[in-house]
Structures are given as C-alpha cells and as structure tokens.
Design a protein around this ligand. Sequence first.
Ligand code: ZN
Length: 388
Amino acid sequence: MDLELWWLILPPLFFALGWLAARIDIKQLLRETRKLPLAYYKGLNFLLNEEQDKAIAEFVEIVKSDPHSIDLNFALGSMFRKKGEHERAILVHQTLLGRNDISPEQRGKGEFELALDYFKAGLFDRAEELLTKLLDSPHERTASQYLLDIYQQEKKWEKAIATASRISNGSSAFQHEVAEFHCELAQRDIANSKAEEAKVHLDRALQVHRKCVRANILLGDIAVAEKRFAQAVEYWKKIETQDPQFLSLVGQRLIDAYKEDGRSAEGLQLLKAYLSSYPSLDILEIVFQSMSEQEGLESARDFLYGELRRNATMLGLKSLVEAEIHFVPAERRPDLEAIRNLLHDNTKKLAMYQCRQCGFRARQYYWHCPGCTGWETYSPKLGGDSAV
Ligand SMILES: [Zn+2]
C-alpha cells in the first residue's frame, strides 16, 4: 500500500522539475537575447525576406561595433561572396586571417572561405595555392573538388588526373572523366605531332575506362595519319561494342578509310548494316552520298525511299527531296526546290548536336560542353536524342 502511494507522487514531481528546467532555459535565453544588438534582428529579418543588400548593411554595422565576433565576420564574408562582391568578401576573410585570436579550426575555415572567394573571382592561381595547402586538413575533400574544377578550366590535365584519382581513392568514381583527361592530353600531343606520346595516353584512357569511345576515335585518326587505313577501320569498328550510338561520329571516317584502302564497297556494306541496327540520320546521309557515288543516284534514291518508309524523319525527307530534284522534269524543279528550302529552314535546329544536360546546341560535336562543362553530355546523334 505504501509503495502505491509513492508512485502517485512521481508524475507531479517530474512535471515540476520540467517546468523549472524550462524556466531556467527561458531566463538564460532572455539574458542572451538582451546581449544581441537590435541590428542583428533587423539583419535577420532582411535575410528572411531575401533582402540581402539591407541584411548586409545591418551586419556591417554589427561587425563595426563588435569586430571580435568571428562568426558574424564569416557570415558577412559569405554573404558578400554570394552577392558577387568578391573584393569585399576577400577583405573580410583576409582581415580574419590576420588576427591572432582565432583557433586553428577557424584559421582553416578562413583559408577555405578565402580560397572560395578567389575561385569565384576567377583568381585561380591564388585559389589553387590555398586549396593545395588545405589538402592536409579536414577540408581535403571539398578542396580537392574545387581544385579539380580549376584544373579542368585551366586545362591542366595532368593535375586533373592526379586530383581525380585522389578523390576517387581507388574506386570507379571519375573513371569516365579521367579517361577524357587522357584523351585531352592525347589530342594536345596529336596537335604537336607527337603520335607516340598520344598513343600512350589513349591506351591509358582505355585502361581507366574501357568504354572510352573517344580513345578509339583518336587511335583511328592517328592510324589514318600514318596511312594505316585497315588498322584505323579496326579501331573504329570497336565502337560498336563500346557504345553503338557513337558510330554516327565515325561514319564518314570509315567510308573514307575504306576508300583509301581500296575497299569502298565493303565500307558501304558495313555502314548499311550499322544503319539497319542503329538508325541514325548521320549514317543515313553518309550511306546515301556513298551509294550515289558507287551505285548511282537512282539506286541511292530508292534506298532512301525504303529507309524513310522504315523510319520517317524530317532530315531524311529533305535529303530525299534533294535527290528527287535530279529526276523530275525541269518545269517541276522550282516546286521541289521551294519544298527543299522550306524543309531546310525548318530543320536547321535539327541538324545540330545538343547537350543533354544544358540544351546547348552546336554544329560540331563537343566532348566537353562549353555551356555546362559536362563531359560527353552531347548526344552523338544530330538533333539530340529525340526522333527527328
Ligand atoms: Zn551542356
């Protein structure tokens, strides 16, 4: 009986203790609150209302009256950077780093923030210097990622390879990009007539990422420059097992190499087989041109009719009208030419490559998108991935 009574006392006791604890917290909070200047709340209010300019003005006032507030200085520097006022952000962070009363952690954070200011301001040399220093700090991973960005923008491919390998740490992350960096180095060597060095980079690209289509395209290009046409064909044929949609990028190269090797008919048969398995406008156009040369325009036109029945496209129709102009009587030609011109105007956009990531269109194929800087974000087919 005594035990049961004792239990009845417990709930009100806990309630009283909770109430007391809450009162202590509220008192503490009120004491802290009184310490904060009014400008702080004003600044906070402006931030919440997304009025960044006014918020910055209020925070500048607080920092003036209380220059020792390290966190506020960090917040202010970060706001200046977000607003694009890089010089002011740099000044805030440099002033912070000039102080003797900051902890090693705060110094590391300050250096990282200053590196970001330099990065955003496009002062890559200074950003690189600071970020490299931070590779042995808790900021290592983020610093490496910014360094990787800098090295790509500055086309420092060797450093980009080393940094990407450091971040991936033996995993398959960045294999796609690292293969592209090797291809960039190979492309530079090819431009400087250093074919042997280029081949080493391309072999490495394939070791890192065996599906690196670009490496086989470049190996084929080197083989052509060395007049090893049969070898070039073999490199490009490998693309079918890597990613067949990229065959459209080597269709013309294949036809030309087969021709140089005295095997034009064989080349045309191969491209017809590709077209049948992987329909693409680029290959269709190349097959049509090659058939016109090898088998005559009439045969090429009939082939085009068959393909269009199988896979109707606007660009294919334009090629067909162009072919048809040669067969109609002279008095009907102006009509067909008018249709051809109309189709040409309406298919201009389709006859371009398009980035899947940012939508940037270009007449030439880019491995590194100039719009969003993504790697292999362009569809290798004209008109993008949509049926045209
Ligand atoms: Zn893009």
